[in-house]
Design a protein around this ligand. Structure first.
Ligand code: PLP
Ligand code: SF4
Length: 336
């Protein structure tokens, strides 16, 4: 009798760190990988000089080949337009530089503070309002975190710590687990919120090491994913969300309303539907912050309001994101 010989499949699976280190960081490589003709290269190189390209393969493989209008491509493809400096588009549209009581800490809103847990991201989104952010000044060491932690400890009105960045999940799990352990020891803190795009960009980021510290914290944990288009939610993203939910994490989403990406009713409706299929509730739809280099993404307020009004006819109330704007100096986001 012939024996069944089972040959183990070679382990080709890359860790998230490997996937991140292999991300495309060069405009020419991006154009070649996606079959974009040389017409686009000069503009891409110009944009890249202002804010470097970064796209991991796990995200690239959701982008259509040779389609400059692909809604995911538009989010990552540098363009010559980024060199334009129209009036009113500025380097720090949220004036965050004004609210920093300690290194890495932003305290702008009552009851909650924002911690810049990682200076970098796994993807560079062209519309990012932090594209000019002085990150090198804002990534504290453990010793420097003490100042931020002492600040939180001394203010009992703070109930929620929000990990932000960059992308907080670009930090190592060792660092994050340490930071969360410190936060947990502050009795008046109830919630941990993580604003991240990493589970979407590289779904393998949601691995057992992450789930180990995330699943055991006493803090109620909310993850706000940043997804702008239904095409971003492929099966690996759905699976990553299921793992997060299993660990007890509440999943919300915030999108940015972006011209040429999601500024139409069927696209926004499909996004909400797809989010819910993945177990994520729509939270905010942000109007674009007027950051220099990204004016070509701007959707006027009246158009944004009209879109949301029409969207009401297509979605149940619980799948309607709140249309908001960030106004510097205001004590919360402002509904439009
Ligand atoms: C958006 C934001 C928050 C959180 O605001 P919510 O309305 O609670 O989502 C906190 N801090 C900063 C700096 C923010 O931009
Ligand atoms: S992941 Fe978020 S912070 Fe990072 S570049 Fe994209 S929008 Fe900006």
């Amino acid at each position: 009798m012939q024996e069944n010989i089972i040959i183990a499949a070679p382990k080709t699976h890359l860790t998230w760190q490997q996937q991140l280190s292999m991300a495309i960081r060069d405009p020419q490589a991006l154009c070649e990988r996606l079959g974009l003709g040389s017409d686009w290269l000069a503009g891409a190189q110009l944009g890249h000089k202002l804010f470097e390209v970064c796209v991991p393969e796990a995200y690239l493989n959701r982008i259509a080949y040779a389609d400059i209008n692909d809604p995911l491509l538009r989010q990552v493809m540098p363009l010559g337009e980024e060199a334009l400096t129209p009036h009113g588009y500025v380097v720090d549209p949220l004036e965050e530089a004004e609210h920093r009581p300690a290194k890495g800490l932003i305290h702008k809103y009552a009851n909650r503070v924002l911690l810049i847990a990682s200076p970098s991201c796994a993807i560079n989104c062209r519309y990012c309002f932090r594209r000019h952010f002085p990150y090198s000044d804002n990534s504290p060491s453990r010793a420097q975190w003490q100042e931020a932690l002492d600040y939180i400890r001394s203010d009992t009105s703070i109930h929620e710590a929000i990990l932000s960045g960059g992308d907080p999940l670009a930090a190592s799990d060792r660092q994050l687990a340490w930071l969360v352990e410190q936060l947990e020891s502050i009795p008046h803190l109830k919630r941990l919120r993580i604003h991240t795009r990493l589970p979407v960009v590289i779904p393998d980021r949601v691995d057992d090491v992450l789930l180990a510290w995330l699943g055991k914290t006493r803090l109620q944990t909310v993850m706000v994913l940043h997804i702008n288009h239904a095409n971003e939610i492929d099966q690996p993203v759905v699976d990553a969300c299921a793992r997060l939910k299993h660990a007890g994490v509440t999943l919300l989403n915030q999108s940015v309303l972006l011209k040429g990406v999601n500024d139409c009713v069927p696209t926004l409706a499909a996004l909400s539907e797809r989010l819910f299929e993945a177990g994520i509730l729509p939270y905010y739809l942000h109007v674009f912050d007027p950051v220099q280099g990204a004016a070509h993404f701007d959707v006027p307020d009246e158009a944004a309001q009209a879109l949301v009004k029409q969207l009401l006819d297509h979605l149940p109330g619980f799948l309607m994101p709140r249309l908001v704007r960030e106004i510097p100096g205001k004590a919360s986001k402002t509904p439009l």
